[in-house]
Design a protein around this ligand. Structure first.
Ligand SMILES: Nc1ncnc2c1ncn2[C@@H]1O[C@H](COP(=O)(O)OP(=O)(O)O)[C@@H](O)[C@H]1O
Ligand SMILES: CC(C)(COP(=O)(O)O)[C@@H](O)C(=O)NCCC(=O)O
Ligand SMILES: [K+]
Length: 255
């Protein structure tokens, strides 16, 4: 079996695959101060709870958009699992034709999502990943990665209201019943959730125009995907495991 690890700005998501079957997945918070041993113990415990053993891990692949954590997780793999992990980055075969001005600049998670989407769906495609930031990744009919858009994520948008406006509280990211909020919490929830859905619709509409692709499949992933997907017609499918799938595919292309 293989271990796939996606290090995001909020969560580290781990998946354990046997062949193409995802046996288990786990989510840790991205703690920039945690040590090799702390991650080792946490992941070891998660494995034990699921009757998995580090001994059965043939290989590990990591994608990261948090540079200071890469070395920690790499060392954790070497020390606890006894494997040198593959890192999604320069030198690795992804099979993706990147049309970014500087391909090294694209977030590894965006590359991995695109690889999985091309494998699973018919191009042209847009992948929307609702993470710390929300990313839009555009893939044309020839499976070329064109680039896309990056917007503040739902969590940090909500946090910004609380941090910058004295009278606005910290709120739960929940959908209110009505768009006309009659108290502060409902007004904020309406603005964030319905405003975000409108933002996604607006960006997807412009992408369709710019790509000259009236028919374009839109796939959503990331922690908060289903919250927004239920509020807009422009998302065709939610695939929570897209990033893990992409890592598995890239691992197989490089072993
Ligand atoms: N299964 C889930 N259900 C609801 N919220 C989630 C879930 N998983 C993650 N989240 C939340 O979604 C947000 C984005 O998480 P994630 O997609 O993991 O971001 P990143 O890739 O930037 O680390 C975070 O606020 C996280 O707490
Ligand atoms: C845009 C991102 C911050 C999203 O990260 P996430 O929300 O998944 O933690 C990440 O993909 C990143 O740092 N990208 C580098 C810049 C780019 O893709 O152009
Ligand atoms: K992500």
């Amino acid at each position: 079996m293989i271990l796939v690890v996606d290090i995001g700005n909020t969560n580290i998501v781990l998946g354990v695959y046997r062949g193409s079957e995802l046996l288990h997945h786990f989510r840790l918070s991205t703690a920039r101060g945690s040590t090799v041993d702390e991650y080792g113990v946490m992941i070891h415990n998660l494995f034990s709870m699921s009757n998995l053993s580090f001994r059965d891990v043939e290989g590990v692949i990591i994608s990261s958009v948090v540079p200071p954590l890469v070395q920690v997780i790499v060392e954790m793999c070497v020390k606890f699992i006894g494997k040198d992990p593959l890192l999604v980055g320069p030198g690795i075969k992804t099979g993706l034709n990147l049309r970014y001005e500087n391909p090294r600049e694209v977030g590894a998670d965006r590359i991995v999502n695109a690889v999985a989407a091309i494998e699973q769906y018919k191009c042209p495609l847009v992948v929307v990943d609702f993470g710390t930031a929300t990313t839009f990744d555009c893939i044309d009919a020839g499976a070329n990665y064109l680039g896309g858009a990056i917007v503040p994520g739902l969590g940090i948008s909500t946090e910004a209201l609380y941090l910058r406006a004295s009278k606005l509280p910290r709120i739960e990211l929940e959908k209110p019943k009505k768009v006309i909020g009659r108290n502060t919490v409902h007004a904020m929830q309406a603005g964030i959730i319905f405003g975000y859905a409108g933002q996604v619709e607006g960006i997807v509409r412009r992408i369709k125009q710019e790509m000259n692709a009236p028919v374009l499949k839109v796939i959503a992933t990331g922690g908060l995907a289903s919250l927004i997907a239920s509020e807009t017609e422009c998302i065709d499918e939610v695939n929570p495991m897209l990033t893990l799938e992409g890592l598995r595919i890239i691992y197989n292309r490089n072993k």
